[in-house]
Design a protein around this ligand. Structure first.
Ligand code: NAD
Length: 203
């Protein structure tokens, strides 16, 4: 695959999965905005990409801040003239005692904001740009924890589960709005939900 002429924004690209995506995209000719709140980590990734002959820009943003999300999208377009890939990938855990009854408002809000609301806001900002260009791709890093009861991580599970179905809905809406969708395909008849295992429950 060749991404020459394509521009990507990857959140949480200073390390882990995001860093690997940024490196892979740049190695195949694309230009990457390495967006992360770890500024030094983002710079290190850019250095690594440019040393290998790629093109990248480090951008310090906090995805839980709406103004940073908008600045991230605006910077990609202002600097490189387009946006072809948005990868919503950043996440950070807040440690705390296990058990839904012990979760603070702050820990809950953090999980939902970083894992779900940030993705919504970035997608909402990116779609009009991609539509005006005639296309684009959006990737959201979810988790198996969005499908099963991963005990001790309910804000994470809720955010990732929400992200999975938000992704489905956003994709269906874009598809329908572009005229290529089939409404019956996007609204399948309801089926009984599968039983999900509740793992590692102890008390
Ligand atoms: N590693 C796994 O086993 C695994 C499994 C399933 C899903 N995931 C998901 O993959 C994604 C990446 O995880 P990873 O394992 O590469 O983790 P990681 O900790 O290596 O990378 C996360 C990056 O996000 C950045 N970040 C955190 N909070 C931020 C914020 N508010 N604003 C901007 N950047 C922020 C961090 O600085 C870091 O560079 C996450 O969404 C995670 O939930 C990971």
């Amino acid at each position: 695959m060749n991404f020459a002429g394509k521009v990507a924004v990857v959140t949480g690209a200073a390390s882990g999965i995001g860093a690997a995506v940024a490196q892979g995209f740049a190695a195949r000719g694309g230009t990457v905005v390495v967006a992360d709140y770890n500024e030094q980590g983002a710079r290190n990734q850019v250095q690594r990409i440019t040393a290998a002959g790629g093109r990248a820009l480090a951008l310090r943003i906090d995805v839980t801040r709406a103004e940073d999300i908008q600045r991230m999208i605006d910077t990609a377009v202002a600097t490189y003239g387009r946006l072809d890939l948005l990868h919503n990938n950043a996440y950070s855990f807040r440690s705390g005692p296990a058990g839904v009854w012990n979760i603070s408002d702050e820990a809950w809000d953090h999980g939902i904001n970083i894992g779900l609301t940030a993705c919504f806001k970035a997608i909402r900002a990116a779609i009009p740009i991609m539509k005006s260009q005639g296309g684009g791709s959006i990737v959201n890093t979810a988790s198996i924890s969005g499908l099963f009861a991963d005990v001790g991580a309910s804000p994470y599970n809720a955010a990732k589960g929400g992200l999975i179905n938000f992704t489905r809905t956003a994709a269906a809406e874009v598809d329908l709005a572009s005229g290529s969708g089939d409404a019956s395909h996007h609204h399948p008849p309801p089926r009984p939900a599968p039983a999900l295992p509740i793992t590692r429950w102890r008390d």
